[in-house]
Write a protein that binds this ligand. Structure first.
Ligand code: NDP
Length: 298
């Protein structure tokens, strides 16, 4: 048996088409153009690429995109003042501060300064609390996209055994919460987990969000399980001509896992390309809630 490959790129493109349709309706019916403000501090090359892509995708969906580029010497106070300005700007419905921030800035303080209703990354403590208690908050983009892909593939997740490997606030914990909300029986594994292989072997759903290349071995995967690989690891490989080239790999040993899983997301081309689409979707959700109108159909 070879697993079906879950095409995150196609999934993301489809989601973006739906968002563009929603934006067109919001503009025509309510004169509302959702706006996303992205704040980037410093010159981190990976962050620069992410922000460029976010800007491009936001505009392509018909929304307004506001980019704020700050020098890495900016003070925490100046950054907090900008966040306050964006909180009060009615044209801005979503605010995203690109992480990581320089060391002299307290990330938690900046995230918690964002108005929860505009926190399209879903990292604010109020949004974490709403997710944990079944309220209507903003949900972090990567886990939300993963749950959408899982439901698209499996339909109801009720009663399934799921493991989330990784317990970060931005991926692991919200992912586990979303699976619990879908009535899965959830295990959260982390660096102190005693027998990861056994935990993975009994799971119908495996979500790996660790940041360790191929940590989850292919032969740990239960026959027919659904595997979502969130990990993005850049490794150097021989290019076959005496040189080296960079390659992206996930947290799951893909080549072997495909022989066991029922379905699996590849890296690259799985979770990564779907995340920006969910950010756009969250911005539409935020804009509709702020305007007090129902979200149009996608
Ligand atoms: P963090 O570094 O914040 O968390 C990693 C987690 O993995 C921790 O909970 C840690 O456990 C756990 N862990 C580390 N080593 C092991 C081990 N040997 N066995 C079991 N668990 C282990 O990472 P993030 O959650 O931010 O990101 C995880 C991965 O997902 C990264 O590769 C990142 O690049 C990728 N990512 C991809 C996104 C996308 O595609 N859009 C978005 C966000 C992240 P402990 O808590 O005990 O230290």
């Amino acid at each position: 048996m070879t697993a079906d490959v879950i095409d995150g790129k196609a999934f993301g493109e489809n989601l973006k088409l739906g968002v563009a349709k929603q934006v067109a309706v919001l503009k025509e019916k309510y004169g509302l153009t959702p706006g996303l403000a992205v704040v980037i501090v410093g010159e981190d090359p990976a962050s620069q690429v992410y922000v460029r892509n976010k800007n491009k995708s936001t505009k392509a969906a018909g929304m307004n995109s506001y980019e704020h580029r700050l020098d890495d010497t900016v003070t925490e106070q100046a950054l907090l003042s900008l966040v306050t300005e964006l909180n009060e700007d009615p044209a801005v419905h979503g605010i995203l501060v690109q992480l990581p921030l320089p060391k002299h800035i307290n990330e938690a303080a900046v995230i918690d300064a964002i108005a929860p209703a505009k926190d399209v990354d879903g990292f604010h403590v109020i949004n974490s609390g709403l997710l944990a208690t079944g309220g209507k908050g903003m949900v972090p983009c990567t886990p939300l996209g993963c749950i959408m892909m899982l439901k698209d593939r499996l339909g109801s997740l009720s009663g399934l055994d799921a493991v989330v490997v990784g317990r970060s606030n931005i991926v692991g914990k919200p992912m586990a919460q979303l699976l619990l909300n879908e009535s899965c029986t959830v295990t959260i594994a982390h660096s102190r987990t005693r027998n990861l292989a056994e935990v993975v072997k009994r799971s119908d759903i495996v979500v790996a969000a660790v940041g360790v290349p191929e940590l989850v071995k292919g032969d740990w995967i239960k026959k027919g399980a659904t595997v979502i690989d969130v990990g993005i690891n850049r490794i150097e490989k021989d290019d076959g001509q005496g040189g080296k080239k960079m390659r992206l790999i996930g947290d799951v040993e893909y080549d072997k896992a495909v022989q066991h899983a029922g379905a699996i997301t590849p890296v690259p081309g799985g979770v990564g390309p779907m995340t920006i689409a969910v950010l756009l979707k969250n911005t539409v959700t935020a804009a509709c809630r702020q305007a007090g109108i129902d979200e149009p159909e996608a």
